[in-house]
Write a protein of this length. Structure first.
Length: 350
């Protein structure tokens, strides 16, 4: 489409995350929130009124997909609905942005990626942490060779979520949300893929350890070990419930430098490893450290969605499409299989 035209967007799901996405669409000067679809049409209408947009309200997705002017949809429904809705959007020749996870079974992830490819539509995953300033800076350092060759990559997702919240009615239910490895550490796995490429094999230990009023039925703690096809080794940690503020880490170890969140060591720093020189590192902005929700609405959520709108508007290839979402999901499912079998597992390929 012409770069000057506004992208008319239909939002699927007017819940918490959907309302964040809808607000970000409304803020984009190149987009128009033209429709909202939710089974609760009253809630959807109230959200449109709150935003001050004249969006059409639909109770069913097929009704919204019949509208010829809506060529792009943002899917922010419960996890178990992602696959069916994404496939429906693709078959209707609509570009689609889908919140993670792509689907809650690997076969459904494959169906979504195949549907997008067959229809020739653009797709994008809601793995917004790729747009974090620290991540972008680290990618630049690696591309320039400043840190040398990547050897080890690590990322943790530690999130205190109170055990009495209603969210546990569905978040810990495999049939509704899938695994918490998907819901939480899918972000971390996607990030490590962003730096190290595709994963060759996975091992994993997981458990349920934290007491809750509504008990988790999948896992709330996991350690995932990765070996990438590039030879890089990786580790991802998941812990939902630690007595700790939200903690999302990125650690990269190269042959010429190491990054530990916003601290950067390079071999060009004299005597960096000597006693008393522990503080001789490059201090990057503290605000760059990946956060969950900054200032109420994550800036990276907006950046990720804005990028996709520009992909549609300018006819660019998507940077992290449904095929990429499948590969991240394949690693998550391989981790679950590895934990159950006690063996290393090779992720499936698309």
């Amino acid at each position: 489409m012409a770069g000057e035209e506004k992208v008319k967007v239909g939002l699927v799901g007017a819940g918490w995350i959907g309302q964040h996405h809808g607000a970000n669409v409304a803020k984009n000067p190149h987009a128009e929130l033209a429709a909202i679809c939710d089974a609760d049409t009253v809630k959807a209408g109230a959200f449109a009124e709150k935003l001050g947009v004249k969006a059409r309200i639909y109770g069913k997705l097929d009704e919204m997909l019949k509208q010829d002017d809506i060529r792009t949809v943002v899917i922010a429904s419960p996890n178990a609905a992602h696959a069916e809705q994404s496939v429906a959007a693709a078959q209707a020749r609509r570009n689609f942005y889908v919140e993670k996870p792509l689907a809650i079974t690997l076969e459904d992830c494959r169906k979504v990626a195949a549907a997008a490819r067959a229809a020739g539509v653009k797709s994008a995953m809601g793995y917004h942490r790729r747009f974090n300033p620290l991540v972008l800076h680290a990618r630049s350092l690696m591309a320039q060779g400043t840190m040398g060759e990547l050897v080890l990559a690590e990322s943790d997702y530690f999130h205190f979520v109170p055990g009495n919240l209603d969210i546990w009615n569905w978040l810990g239910d495999e049939k509704v949300a899938g695994s918490l490895i998907h819901a939480g550490t899918g972000h971390n796995i996607d990030l490590l893929r962003f730096f190290a490429g595709e994963v060759a094999e996975v091992s994993c230990f997981k458990d349920v350890r934290m007491p809750r009023k509504i008990q988790v039925r999948t896992e709330d703690i996991a350690i995932i070990n990765l070996r990438f096809e590039s030879g890089v080794l990786g580790r991802v940690g998941l812990f939902l419930g630690p007595i700790l503020p939200f903690t999302f880490t990125l650690r990269l170890f190269g042959t010429k430098g190491s990054l530990d969140n916003n601290r950067l060591w390079l071999d060009s720093i004299p005597d960096f490893a000597e006693t008393g020189r522990e503080g001789d590192f490059i201090q990057l902005p503290r605000s760059w450290v990946p956060d969950n929700v900054q200032g109420g609405i994550s800036e990276t959520w907006k950046a990720c969605l804005d990028c996709f709108i520009d992909d549609v508007r300018l006819g660019r290839p998507s940077s992290n499409d449904a095929a990429g979402g499948f590969q991240t999901a394949a690693v998550c499912f391989a981790a679950l299989e590895a934990a159950a079998s006690g063996k290393t597992v090779k992720p499936e390929k698309l």
